[in-house]
Design a protein around this ligand. Structure first.
Ligand code: ADP
Length: 366
């Protein structure tokens, strides 16, 4: 089997000497071991240079026998001198293995490049297919999670209706009137909650592609959490903050975009560090909320968030007056919300006045 080589060249005058050098060197090697050489001008076939991920020319690529190897740069002759014996050895080995299959020795360089292009294409399509399958699985998980979430207010509303039926049996008309009012109010609240949830879902589905491309995959939150907290060790130490973590092993994997969720988690920890006084405590935990949903929580014992601003701080460019002196743009939490919403999850804050805040977000399970 001959070696099959591609020599990538360019037209820069500074390269010509090197190109000439490697050509003559190759010419001399013809007697040592047979090879097929194809010259490729990168200006004419940039896609091939791209395909072989070349960063410099001249470059010499050995395409068969596999594995593919590339040497590039100005000292090409010296590099080839080093690689040549092993290339020849691998070709000889391959020849003895395929001695019976005469046709394989007739493969031309062009044929090989086409083969490589096709196998690359197959690889790309396989990846695309995998990505699409992930998206379908993600949608399925999200659907299951949303159906589960919608069932709660629905159940509460139906219980209210059933109770209404029973009130008619009560002999005291004044009492019946009072109970009816309460039940209507309760049902109305639950319908409003459902309506809000459906609006959120529709908005997310519509805005998702335009605003944020997410690539949800199987994500182990315990590993991610430990990884992030390791990065924070020094930061915590600088403010003598104590960390309490509860990242149980038996929490199922989430279906989420690792890098975006990392960003959300880091943002929440950045805030916890920023707004917690020295020697405070930060708690990080993961909780398997329902069979469809996982919750991540970051708590601190900083100044907390007043009730009237617990929703606003997620809206973007909103910073509490008391924190204006601290650096920041009031964008972190709105980005967090955008990312979590793209996963059809929720993000919110609980806070006791002066006793710190707990930020929570949820994600669908894998
Ligand atoms: P930034 O921190 O850059 O101002 P964020 O969007 O992350 O922007 O936060 C918005 C505002 O919410 C902050 O300015 C701060 O007033 C308040 N906030 C966020 N996290 C906390 C926290 N852990 N404790 C107290 N206040 C917080």
């Amino acid at each position: 089997m001959p070696l099959q080589l591609l020599l990538f060249i360019d037209e820069r005058s500074s390269s010509q000497e090197h190109i000439q050098g490697i050509k003559s060197y190759l010419q001399a090697l013809k007697d040592d071991y047979p090879f097929e050489l194809q010259m490729i001008n990168v200006a004419e076939q940039p896609h091939l240079a791209e395909h072989f991920r070349l960063v410099a020319t001249p470059a010499l690529v050995k395409i068969t026998p596999t594995p593919r190897q590339t040497i590039a740069g100005t000292n090409l002759v010296a590099q080839l001198e080093q690689s040549w014996p092993s290339w020849v050895e691998s070709a000889q080995q391959e020849s003895s293995e395929e001695a019976e299959d005469a046709s394989s020795t007739n493969e031309s360089v062009t044929y090989s490049t086409e083969l490589i292009r096709l196998s690359d294409e197959i690889f790309r399509l396989k990846q695309e297919n995998q990505e699409l399958n992930e998206q379908i699985k993600f949608k399925d998980q999200v659907l299951a999670m949303l159906a589960h979430d919608l069932r709660n207010p629905l159940t509460a509303a139906s219980i209210a209706m059933e109770t209404l039926e029973l009130t008619d049996q009560n002999p005291d008309p004044q009492r019946v009137e009072k109970i009816k009012k309460q039940i209507f109010k309760q049902a109305q609240t639950q319908f409003r909650i459902m309506n809000r949830m459906i609006t959120d879902i529709l908005q997310t589905a519509r805005g998702k592609n335009a605003e944020l491309q997410i690539h949800p995959q199987k994500l182990n939150l315990q590993t991610l959490g430990n990884d992030i907290l390791e990065q924070f060790e020094e930061t915590f130490a600088r403010k003598s903050l104590q960390l309490k973590k509860d990242l149980p092993q038996d929490v199922p994997d989430a279906h989420a975009d690792q890098e975006l969720i990392r960003q959300v988690w880091v943002n929440l920890l950045d805030n916890a560090v920023k707004y917690t006084p020295d020697e405070g405590t930060i708690k990080v935990s993961i909780l398997h909320r329902t069979s469809q949903k996982i919750q991540v929580t970051v708590c601190d014992d900083g100044p907390g968030i007043p009730p009237e601003q617990r929703e606003q701080i997620f809206e973007g460019h909103v910073r509490l007056k008391r924190d204006e002196a601290k650096e920041g743009y009031g964008l972190g939490l709105s980005l967090c919300r955008q990312v979590v919403r793209a996963h059809y999850g929720q993000i919110w804050v609980d806070s006791d006045a002066n006793r710190g805040s707990c930020f929570h977000f949820t994600l669908p399970v894998y």
